[in-house]
Design a protein around this ligand. Structure first.
Ligand SMILES: [Zn+2]
Length: 403
């Protein structure tokens, strides 16, 4: 928290006020229903400041009074909750054969969940035109509900640099795609920020905000698709690295004599522990879904070949998770995508490998769990990223009440 006692310049004052607005908004998010006095007592801001900040948040329709009061010693206190009814946060995930879109309200409540068939087309331009058409429909749906879009974050399976350019998205066949710029054009400069990030990074943010281990400050999310990538949250923050390329655990080599990886190397984690290792080769995305369901059916029926395959994949995955546990000491590694239905057969082998390979006892406290957020975790994470920006002080509307 920033408090000011030294006669700041006006610009500094605006910063201080924006920061304090964010502090109060986060407090209401976490503790609602709560009173102005609760906020003052917990944040250390004085009561007059809290009243002024709350008036501003009510003006922006980010917070509202419930009409309920709580009787404290003598004086009833009006209770506050998040409002946000005029707003929406949008997350979109571009996949090989579909686009997922999620819109949430300020409190994270789902307003919309879409999955639309998508063709990347013959070029990035054509692919982006298709994505743009889907996103335009989401935005106009929110407009029809009289909601202002706070922001849009787009998840891409591939290397996305810190400027938001998708440098390499191998499964889409895209290189150097300025997805944010293309979408801004498709939406005709929509007036809200557009962010682009790697799918694993955004899925990790979804877990941090909405998952079974929400609030964990050291969490790794592993995408369980044909490709395997990691979204890494350490000390409460997403860690992207120098250029934004962290988390490419899928191309850590587990076996120099292992099968060829599409990256041109051999024995990468993703060819040994990605869902491709469970399946026949060269399936279409729609066939992958069916094959995974078939593998689950066979595993349930105790089919020895399927059980042996899943054990081998679980062991390779366990080697990868052990590297993460030794290197990062996460509290939890969340398995996403197709790992979720396969988890009952993968996790025993993963736990064995962790026990053997992590130098700290009890794997350094690292739990490995299946995601509970479903297949649109990365899209949900896009919405989470927008809410994160609001919580860190990028509030909608002007600072109209600066004295
Ligand atoms: Zn590779």
């Amino acid at each position: 928290m920033i408090t000011s006692t030294t006669g700041p310049q006006p610009a500094d004052f605006a910063d201080v006020r924006a920061t304090n607005l964010a502090v109060v908004l986060r407090f209401v998010r976490e503790h609602a229903p709560c009173s102005r006095a609760d906020i003052a007592a917990s944040t250390g801001l004085n009561k007059a400041t809290v009243s002024s900040l709350i008036a501003d948040l009510i003006d922006r329709r980010l917070v509202r009074e419930t009409g309920l009061t709580e009787n404290r010693v003598g004086r009833p206190a009006t209770m506050l909750v998040l409002d946000g009814s005029p707003y929406a946060a949008i997350g979109v995930e571009i996949n090989v054969d579909h686009v997922s879109a999620v819109a949430t309200g300020l409190a994270g409540e789902r307003l919309l969940t879409w999955r639309r068939a998508f063709s990347g087309g013959d070029s990035v331009n054509q692919g982006m035109a298709n994505v743009g058409a889907i996103v335009r429909r989401v935005v106009s749906r929110m407009a029809k509900e009289d909601r202002q879009v706070l922001g849009l974050a787009v998840a891409v399976p591939g290397l996305v640099d810190v400027q938001g350019t998708a440098r390499i998205a191998p499964n889409l066949g895209w290189r150097d795609a300025d997805i944010g710029g293309d979408l801004a054009k498709a939406l005709r400069d929509p007036g809200f920020p557009i962010q682009v990030d790697n799918d694993a990074n955004l899925a990790a943010l979804a877990e941090q905000r909405f998952g079974a281990h929400a609030g964990a400050s050291d969490l790794v999310y592993l995408t369980g698709e044909i490709g395997v990538g990691a979204g890494i949250i350490l000390d409460g923050r997403l860690r992207r690295g120098r250029l934004g390329y962290s988390g490419e655990i899928g191309h850590v080599q587990l076996d120099p004599d292992g099968p060829a990886c599409h990256c041109g190397r051999r024995g990468c984690l993703e060819v040994m522990a990605g869902v491709g290792a469970v399946l026949r080769k060269d399936l279409s995305p729609a066939e992958v879904q069916m094959e995974i369901e078939e593998a689950v059916r066979l595993a349930r029926a105790g089919d020895p070949g399927t059980l042996a395959t899943l054990d081998a994949v679980g062991r390779s995955l366990g080697k990868g998770v052990s590297i993460l546990a030794n290197l990062l000491n996460p509290e939890v590694v969340v398995l996403g995508g197709y790992y979720v239905p396969l988890a009952p057969w993968l996790l025993p082998a993963v736990h064995d490998e962790l026990g053997d390979r992590v130098i700290a006892s009890e794997a350094g406290g690292c739990q490995v769990v299946a995601s509970t957020l479903g297949h649109d975790a990365a899209a949900l994470g896009g919405a989470a990223r927008v809410l994160d920006s609001i919580d860190s002080g990028r509030l909608p509307g002007g600072l109209s009440r600066i004295p």
